[in-house]
Design a protein around this ligand. Structure first.
Ligand SMILES: C=C1C[C@]23C[C@@]1(O)CC[C@H]2[C@@]12CCC[C@@](C)(C(=O)O1)[C@H]2[C@@H]3C(=O)O
Ligand code: AKG
Ligand code: FE2
Length: 321
């Protein structure tokens, strides 16, 4: 019997820790990770670097295609998202997580819900707790933000809305660059819609906070996962922590480059391209001296759309992978 992602989440309810991570002076056992908790926990680290691509480069289609094929991820500059807006979303994220725990809990994610304050949705699949807290926005954040900031919520709603508009346009542009590198055109992909602008696609904005940690080498900010999206666009503040994994290379840290954005290929783009683009395994490590924020725009198709490999990318001699 098949089950949906929502069914799986429902059968793995998540527990919201009520403690404030900043109050721990030592790492509790429930937060201490070993390779038993995650096979790749101590996999080797490499100083290879994720491709950093200038979107105004004349060769951009080939560069994006190559990064998606070899890494399933890339970092981009000259992406057109105003740096003022990146500052605003970082300010919003900092303001949100600096609120007292009791205030954040007013907007806690409900047991079967997706929006609101809580630990990462994948937390219930691991034995150990992650050194982070998150806030997920799907659709309008008005109700939740009103609970967090009774008198200032509108200014924060405007930032989320403007951020979503820019990210949606950028996601569509990146999608055309990535698919264009494989020779896919408007006529080959129904998901693109009549205006080729991917109208009807859906997104979640995930705000993440990784507080200062007393023993970062034994803790895990966000455990290794792939995103279940088409594509994720991530902005990280100036503290390193994101790592991507490549089979032949190991864990590679993605250093924050001011003003740049990280792009991850998600599971649905992996399926759409019949495996040509891998969805990147990634995780977030934590830090002894600085707290870290990241803001992920998780971009996916309309929820009722069936996704399968694009016929153009299926080898006539081989059925879809
Ligand atoms: C749209 C979604 C993707 C996500 C699950 C969710 O329904 C909302 C939160 C997203 C997030 C963000 C942190 C990492 C992640 C794996 C998780 O636990 O929650 C992703 C989920 C995903 O990519 O499947
Ligand atoms: O904090 C990070 O760098 C990673 C966040 C992430 O992977 C996510 O929100 O899906
Ligand atoms: Fe992720």
């Amino acid at each position: 019997m098949s089950s949906t992602l929502s069914d799986v989440f429902r059968s793995h309810p998540i527990h919201i820790p009520l403690s404030n991570l900043r109050d721990f002076k030592a790492l509790p056992d429930s937060y201490t990770w070993t390779p038993k908790d995650d096979l790749l926990f101590s996999a080797s680290a490499s100083d290879e670097t994720l491709p950093l691509i200038d979107l105004s480069d004349p060769n951009v289609t080939t560069l994006v295609g190559h990064a998606c094929t070899t890494w399933g991820a890339l970092q981009i500059t000259n992406h057109g998202v105003p740096s003022r807006l990146l500052d605003d979303i970082e300010f919003l994220t900092g303001s949100l997580f600096r609120l007292p725990v009791q205030r954040k809990l007013k907007a806690v994610r409900s047991e079967n819900g997706v929006s609101g304050y809580g630990v990462a949705r994948i937390a219930s699949f691991f034995n150990k707790k992650m050194w982070s807290e998150g806030f997920t926005v799907i659709g309008s954040p008005l109700q939740d933000f009103r609970k967090l900031w009774p008198s200032h919520h509108l200014k924060y709603c405007e930032i989320i809305e403007e951020y979503g508009e820019h990210m949606q346009k950028l996601a569509a542009k990146l999608m055309w660059l990535a698919l264009g590198s494989l020779g896919v055109e408007e006529k080959d992909i129904k998901l693109a819609g009549p205006n080729s602008d991917f109208q009807g696609t859906q997104a979640a904005t995930q705000l993440n906070h990784y507080p200062i940690c007393p023993e970062p080498d034994r803790a895990m900010g966000l455990a290794a996962h792939t995103d279940s999206t088409l594509m994720t666009i991530l902005y990280q503040n100036n503290t390193a922590g994101l790592q991507v994994f490549r089979d032949d290379v190991g864990w590679v840290t993605v250093p924050p480059v001011p003003g740049s954005l990280v792009v991850n290929v998600g599971d649905l783009l992996h399926i759409l391209t019949n495996g040509i683009f891998p969805s990147v395994l990634h995780r977030a490590r934590v830090n002894h001296v600085r707290s870290r924020f990241s803001m992920a725009y998780l971009w996916g198709p309309p929820s009722d759309l069936m996704i399968s490999p694009l016929p153009k990318l299926v080898d006539p001699l081989q059925s879809p992978l």
